[in-house]
Write a protein of this length. Structure first.
Length: 235
């Protein structure tokens, strides 16, 4: 009973970690890239409507590109696992003696006596599927990926990118003067970057205040660089 609950807890934790990683990836770029684009355009364009159009186009393109990247990463993980799994099945069938020795070696490394090594190896080798799963996990260090992981990753990253990108762009929807809209966008985005950086750092075990400051500074520098370059080329 306790083992079952512990297993469920681990699985839930791992899935949550994957989703959280996707959200962090999407949100961090979603807050930063559209913010820099809007800031850069604000340096040369006075009409907010043009910035809104450009910003929406960038958010659409960025979310698709980021989501596709997440999807391909998930598919690559699945393909790699399947490839290694096929190789293990081949070795179990055609190089059985070597696989038995490798299995015994694992049990020896965790401190089992020679007698227990033999017993455990013979027991696990009776079921080919279970043996292959064992070798995948403990010889190669590969956990079986979620078959829906690629799709979930694409959606998590893409939607997070959109959610992040709307924040720096939102003032331009309501304020026609791009300079005034930029001022509000800067405040709103930097506050969101600080909050995002704080919680991201707290979850990952980094000093939350330093992490929040670092994320905020990166976003501010990106926007300032884009604004400065736009002004430079305007002249």
């Amino acid at each position: 009973m306790d083992t079952h609950l512990h297993h469920d807890h681990i699985e839930s934790h791992l899935k949550s970690s994957d989703a959280l990683r996707d959200i962090v990836i999407g949100m961090s770029d979603g807050l930063t890239v559209p913010f820099a684009l809007a800031a850069g355009l604000s340096g040369v364009v006075s009409s907010s409507s043009i910035i809104v159009i450009a910003g929406i186009a960038e958010i659409a393109a960025g979310s698709i590109a980021m989501g596709l990247g997440g999807y391909l990463a998930g598919k690559t993980e699945q393909d790699h696992y399947k490839s290694e799994q096929r190789r293990e099945y081949d070795e179990v069938e055609n190089l059985r003696h070597r696989e038995i020795e490798e299995t015994k070696e694992f049990f020896a490394n965790i401190g089992l006596s020679p007698q227990l090594q033999e017993q455990a190896t013979q027991e696990i080798a009776q079921d080919k599927d279970r043996w292959v799963d064992f070798m995948m996990k403990y010889e190669l260090g590969l956990d079986k990926p979620d078959p829906k992981r690629a799709t979930k990753s694409a959606l998590n990253i893409g939607l997070s990118y959109i959610a992040g990108g709307v924040i720096p762009l939102s003032p331009y929807f309501f304020i026609s003067d791009s300079t005034k809209a930029l001022q509000i966008s800067v405040v709103a985005t930097l506050v969101c970057l600080f909050i995002f950086g704080f919680f991201k750092s707290k979850i990952t075990g980094i000093n939350p205040w330093w992490g929040a400051l670092k994320v905020t500074l990166i976003g501010a520098m990106a926007a300032a660089a884009a604004f400065g370059v736009a002004k430079l080329f305007e002249h």
